[in-house]
Design a protein around this ligand. Structure first.
Ligand SMILES: [Mn+2]
Length: 201
């Protein structure tokens, strides 16, 4: 008998203007070191921004198995001379329940545990333009903990209490609720929700 874990995930996005492509992207990829995740928001909105989103997404996917601070640094160099983006990315080692994260710019990253809420503070910068040295943070996850990543199209000051009525739902439903309840309507908006579930094997 031992312990492992799995991730339930959900991602939703909504463009600022109806009919425009969204320049936010959510990325999930199973790697040997765990489930890689990323939420990125290219500066501005509209078709040109969305084109750069696709470019950035391809880079991140291709490098998803790499050291997190290296992926962030690599993305910064890759996007030099462009309008840039902000991003939070990381990996969950489901076996150990370890959450690793690197963040740059205004992407909200929160962990809602059964009793409390933890906020991951991002470094201030724009990837591709000016980026401080990325630093990796690690947190221990427990059964049922929810990780939320969201772009600045969603207000940042909502409380865990406001989410309580739907925190028991699946991750896809939680992401949808966050977007519907808290999106500002002034930019592209997106939310990636991840729930860690302990499994006995
Ligand atoms: Mn934005």
């Amino acid at each position: 008998m031992g312990l492992t874990g799995k991730i339930d995930s959900g991602f939703v996005k909504k463009p600022y203007k109806v009919g425009e492509p969204c320049a936010d992207a959510g990325i999930l990829k199973q790697t040997r070191a765990g489930v890689f995740f990323c939420l990125l928001d290219v500066s501005g909105h509209g078709p040109k921004a969305a084109r750069l989103t696709r470019t950035a997404k391809q880079y991140v996917l291709k490098n998803a198995s790499g050291d997190l601070t290296e992926v962030m640094r690599g993305l910064h160099h890759y996007l030099k001379g462009t309008r840039g983006c902000v991003a939070a990315m990381g990996r969950i080692d489901a076996k150990k329940g370890l959450f690793h994260c690197v963040s740059n710019g205004n992407i909200g990253t929160r962990i809602f545990t059964t009793k409390s809420s933890v906020r991951i503070l991002p470094k201030t910068g724009i990837i591709g333009y000016i980026m401080p040295t990325p630093v990796e943070e690690t947190h221990q996850l427990h059964d049922g903990d929810i990780v939320l990543l969201y772009s600045d199209g969603i207000k940042d000051h909502f409380e865990r209490g406001e989410c309580k009525p739907f925190l028991g739902e699946n991750a896809g439903h939680i992401a949808k609720k966050i977007l519907n309840l808290f999106s500002r309507g002034s930019d592209d908006a997106s939310c990636l929700a991840l729930r860690f579930i302990r499994v006995r094997v």
